[in-house]
Design a protein. Sequence first.
Length: 468
Amino acid sequence: MTRDDCFMRMALAQAAEAAAAGEVPVGAIVVKDGRVIASGRNAPIGLNDPTAHAEIVALRGAAQAVGNYRLDGCELFVTLEPCAMCSGAMLHARLARVVFGAPDRKTGAAGSVLDLFAQKNLNHHTQLCGGVLAQASSELLHTFFTQKRAEKLQARTLLHPLRDDALRTPDGLFESLADYPWSAHYCNDLPALGGLRMHYLDEGPVDASQTYLCLHGVPAWSYLYRKMIPVFLHAGARVVAPDLIGFGKSDKPKKEAAHRFGWHRQILLELVERLDLHNVVLVVQGWGGLLGLTLPIHAPQRYAGLLAMNTHLATGEAPLPGAVLARRAMHVHNADCEMADLFASSDPPTAMDALRAYTAPFPDKGHRSAVRAFSALVPEHCDSDGAAVSRDAKNFWQRDWHGKTLMAVGMQDPVWGVGTMTALQTTIRNCPSPLCMESSGHFVPEQGGSIAHAAIQCFGLCPEAKEK
């Protein structure tokens, strides 16, 4: 074992003590004439001191030991590459030598992000040596952060325990999704949820003058609205985008029989009440419309606008479109087809990053019960679940709707395209001609940037946006 290895192991012992105290495991020692004169470990949390890095603690101890703020002839050993603050302190102390273990690719100021020790204009130059017992230091850090992530997951699980009859997609499958930077919100205490955990986005000011309630279709999830949400937020609006149970980050019942039209509708009604949404612009696509278009009859005073994209009101009064029946048959005969194939059959080619995000919630067949179930849930007959409330909704949109409406049609949609949207247009009071998205298929929000801007114009800018 070399001399540097020996002293670095002492620093690693300090790092282990930091980890035991719940601090990021970084340790340091100061050596003079071959003897340890001071040691330090990370303590910003315990001391409520942002400067209490291991190196700073060790430097303070060394200065007291020698009775001088200059540490001429001293060496500092630290398990992690020092940051800019600590590097500056080392240079001011005029250390003879600094030895570190693992590199720090995010904040390291000894060569990883920048190299303060290489600045020729400084009046003191400290010898630098990196990579000593780097693997041991890296493993200590990796173990610490892995444990912290596990503790957070456990805490979340305790707060939202998983029911025995449901599955939950691992959080890791949702990491680093393109254009989806928003924080997750969860609830499991809505009466209709029965303990299932529901995920939703809730962005923008709670007291915004408009709230865009974005309801996704099948088999999509809130990721569908990633191109529209930034436009709404820039206008000063609030955006709420839930994942239906069985989709996205929400829990997924194992049995298809768990899914019922009225149950999913009741969950959405309770979520709107819980969040106390007002001046709502209802944004719906696909199945989000079958459910969402029935919501305003419960509390019409909450709704001020409707943005509908390739969706339908299934009242059971007329036969379902042939394309809808064909899609249902496809799901029956290919119940466990790859999720990417479902998107490919409904839309023009989708970017690989987006396909990865859309398939992320469904890592195996067991997570796909909702996808298999929903085609059969479209109300087909007058006594089908959801048909009666859909007829009530039809009457509401024809006679009682006084808000503004904007429609957008994905012209390449083989299922709920021009025909169904034309029928819906005639149902909605004072509904203008739709925007025709020539290159869009069923998942119109994939081309949603321009539609979102049109919505801002249609429904009126929020006061915050007008001031900009």
